[in-house]
Design a protein around this ligand. Sequence first.
Ligand SMILES: *[C@@H]1O[C@H](CO)[C@@H](O)[C@H](O)[C@H]1NC(C)=O
Ligand SMILES: *[C@@H]1O[C@H](CO)[C@@H](O)[C@H](O)[C@H]1NC(C)=O
Ligand SMILES: *[C@@H]1O[C@H](CO)[C@@H](O)[C@H](O)[C@H]1NC(C)=O
Length: 853
Amino acid sequence: MKDRLRLFPLVAIFFFQLLHIAYALQNAGNDQVESAERHTKHTIPVQAAPEDFQQPLHDGDETLKKSDGAEQVQKALASLRRFERTNPRPKRKTLGITGTITQYVWAMLPKISAQGPSSAGTEGTQPSKELPYPVAEAVKLLEEAADIKNSDAMFLLAQMNFYGNFSYPRNYSEAFRRYSQLASLNGNSSAQHMVGFMYATGIGGAVPRDQAKALLYHTFAAAGGNVRSEMTVAHRHHSGIGTVRNCESAVKHYKNVADKAVEWYRSGPPGGMAWVADSYRLADEDGGVYGEGASFSSSGSNANKQGPSSDAHAALDDVLEYLDLMSRKGDFKATFSLGRIHYDGQKGLPRNLKSARLYFMRVARLYWQKDGRAIESDKMELEKIASKAAGYLGRMFLRGEGLDQNFEKANTWFQRGIKSGDAGSQYFSGVMYLDGLGVPKNIPKATELFKASAKQDYAPAMVAMGALHLDQGGPEDMQVANRYFELAARYGNIESLYYLGEMINLGIGRDRSCGLATAYYKSVAEKAEPLVSSFAEANFEYEKGDMELALLDYIFAAEQGYEKGQANVAYLLDQQKSKWDLPTWLTMTAPRASFLQNSALALIYWTRSAKQTNIDSMVKMGDYYLHGIGTHSDMEKAAACYTAASEFHQSAQALFNLGWMHENGVGLDQDFHLAKRYYDHALETNDEAYLPVTLSLFKLRFRSAWNTFTHGRVNSIQDEPAPKKQWSFSEWIANFLQDDHPYYNDDYDDSNFLSDTDPMPGGDVDGFYEDTIAELDGLLESLIVVGLVASLVFLIYYRNQHQQAHRQGEAARVQAGAGPANGAAQEQQEDRGLFPQPGDPEFGQWAAGGVGH
Ligand SMILES: *[C@@H]1O[C@H](CO)[C@@H](O)[C@H](O)[C@H]1NC(C)=O
Ligand SMILES: *[C@@H]1O[C@H](CO)[C@@H](O)[C@H](O)[C@H]1NC(C)=O
Ligand SMILES: *[C@@H]1O[C@H](CO)[C@@H](O)[C@H](O)[C@H]1NC(C)=O
């Protein structure tokens, strides 16, 4: 289906190219003048004031100038907000085929109308360079205020230049200027964070990348209480970015963030904050960086995590639809599941407390009558599920989720749940007794409830038990607490991770370990996504289609040390999606925006992501070194990356690349035998690599054979026992070639086989192959395999002829008593049976593939 759709733009291209040429011919003269004019304009033109905009914002100029600028800022902000309300940012989401075609046509249009890329240097994010009148006026006011050192005005101007709020065209240089102005004015930590960020990334070319300055500014900002900077500093000390690795510094900074994260978590309703995790890898949507099956993240033991379609949204919709159907049919388990899904929320589905409550209520009503008595039922299952629903309903009352907080009603539901031993009810009831919420404070009772809940492996209850033991302070209590926390940590409970970090960092109940403590603190900090990260904004912008803003937000997360952020940034910046990609003018996608063309930055983030043990990133890193993308090419580093990825984590792609490097002698010794081993291993690791591996093996066998045949210096493929089985035609050919090699290989030692006086027909064939191949790569190279097969047939024929002559010569020598050792005789024995001689009746059969094993 997709393939057929792809034909559409092809037809369109022809049409537009024709138009283009015609137009270009017609306007050959005018264009140059126009573009020359355009390039001289550097200021942003302002639209004429609309008629209905009667009150200019500048009216009280005299009085305003004397103030501290606060009034100007207020006026400007009000005007901007009004403007934003009336002119919301355009949605850029593509609308299926029509949308894509429109997008495509748009990508072509600049050529047709000869408008060229925008000269304003704003990376072409704004379709129109005209600054709306209210925005221009507001900016004027803000600039006035900034001139008299109003920090709010500076900050707002900086933000507008950086993020492009209120459709103001981005200017990173100007943003940097404003941020550093503010940072030096009053040490504002938000501004320092931004300056550090811009030094770290060199984003938009505003400043050259300077990791030392970045760390400096981030350290200042962290000292000023900026949590994102604190995390960035921690990550830099942890990974050794722009500084030496220093665990003690890392643990100190990560602890500060973790403290804030847990404080934030506990500031939520009883039982702690609840949120939906927003961090995920964009690449996983496409089946991994290398696509479905080829990526480590979607192959081998990781396969089918995402399902074959990898479309999480579609899968979720299917699940919801199915559950809804079952629920309507009276399946209370389905109803309860729907409640839970809506209560917890997940990626692509925000929490919906109203729906959750309806579903839980529906289940509860099946079991409890209006007066609260249980309906007699012989269904054991119903009692269990209904008690769980009661636990959730009580929790929603206790926490005021989707309904008004009401301790009394919460308690009622919890009592119902506890009667049937529901762990959630026990825990939250315990929280009520522990904190005296709607009931008298009663710690023994709370402990009892927690204990019962923890026995059922309920993570929050285990944390509560651990905390209670920790308060006791005895050595055994520490052991028990530690045990509870570790059990809860299996579920990724943020508080348990924090407690473990604290215990390890302080050496309480166990030995101190800086590295382990850092790891715990780091995961605590990273779990508090809504507090510290910009993932939610990034995903929002990404789905909306604003790639630049999405990229910025992902870079924030990446700088803070989120591996998923790093992987996402690298993935967005990656231009090497696939070797087989059609050129951009052939595909339906619009050309990549220039802000996405930053290979050096991509490599940085592949590297950082790889350091946090992302295997696909490690392989990618190898690719960048191999091809010299964003760096000078360094074969040794590439080989090191592939080796690391293949040795420890069995990445098929890495194995394949190692095979390729051995085959071509790039970065590693050229060794056909080792190459084959790697290719085979890649296939073992991942069946889905069958086609590329088979093709490569085919080519490799030929090259190996050729190498041996021509006395190449490369180690050829050795004999390996081939399993007997039913062969398909292609396998048979491959196997045929494989079986051939022992023969060739033996000949390798026999330097008499091809005498110098017996050159190849044509003389210069030796070396021809290598030269040609060096120039051709990828697709083309694979295509000539077909040609090679043809020449192979010829070569086999030639070899036979040659062997015959050789044999005759040998035989003559043996007869004359001057022959070499028995080996030669054995060779002849082996050789005779290999394949039919031309002219032999069997030859025709063989050529048609009729001779099987
Ligand atoms: C930095 O300055 C801006 C504008 O004055 C202000 O809104 C922000 O709260 C300041 N940040 C800090 C951390 O003080
Ligand atoms: C500008 O946009 C960014 C990103 O969307 C946002 O974080 C920031 O709060 C906005 N600033 C203002 C003043 O609206
Ligand atoms: C961006 O700002 C810098 C100074 O901050 C200025 O020199 C440059 O002309 C601006 N670029 C555009 C396109 O306005």
